[in-house]
Design a protein around this ligand. Sequence first.
Ligand code: SF4
Ligand code: SF4
Length: 322
Amino acid sequence: MSAPEKSKQNKPETADAPKKSITGKIFNIQHFCVDDGPGIRTTVFLKGCPLRCAWCHNPEGLSSETQLMFYAEKCVSCGKCAVLCPNKAHTVTEDGRHLLDRTKCTACGICAENCFYGALEIAGREITAEEAVEEVMKDEPFYTDGGGVTLSGGEPLFQADFTAEILRLCKQKGLHTCVETSGFAKREQFEKVLRYTDMLLFDIKETDGELHKKFTGVGLEQIMDNLRLADSCDRVKTVLRLPSVPGYNLRPEHFEAVAELAGGLKNVIEIHIEPYHPLGVEKYGNLGLDPPCKDKNFADKAELEKIREHMQLLTDVPIKIN
Ligand code: SF4
Ligand code: SF4
């Protein structure tokens, strides 16, 4: 080891030494959310997810890269973007068609800032944990009924250090903290986040390992290990969330297995059946992607109610349809 490194290593840490800000990438901060945990909440959506669930309704959270979204129905073909783009990614043809060559786009955001019709939007921005918390604290007066902050995505565990830092700062300010997660992360990453989490909104997408891999691209083992780890920590309460998607996981055996799973855990306080909705299908197109699940129908609530009733016979944990 060289001399300068040695002296740096031996330098005593002081309590008031400025802590370096942790930066991460988000694609939205949504205010006044009522479905992302108890009370009224502010939800921070983080970029990047290691899963590829066929039914994902937040496809702008999948990639960790900043992306340009294009809403064709809002475009009036004014041509401003074609003039301003430094990479000539936009073209407006003589017959008024707007064309976007995404291979040329570096997501600089110039076109989105200058499109007066809202046809272009950038998904993804760098932000420090402090800046995220400052935004969350604007809603503090509304958190009195058990509300607080929820981190969602994407997958918050994908940026575990950033997620943990936002949660730590929120806990310092006395906020209730929720993390909406697939549970897929290395144990060390999960532990970092768990330390500052009051409640997990933990997705159980499939209980059959092979089907889980087929539908999401990853196995179940790590997810179940992390679920058990969370459950061993009595301070953390867990809501199991079941995305319920026709043509994928609406199998009676799956729901029965979730009931059995919940019965073996001590800190699961509720099970939520989350009916499939097709609102993400359009968003894939806005990103220039092909949706893996093209079903544009909403899930049949009557069918899900029957599933709920059957499940409720198998477990004491309250089950509701969201
Ligand atoms: S600036 Fe907006 S409205 Fe004008 S052509 Fe570009 S995308 Fe369409
Ligand atoms: S985000 Fe930048 S590079 Fe991409 S199309 Fe718009 S102006 Fe061009």
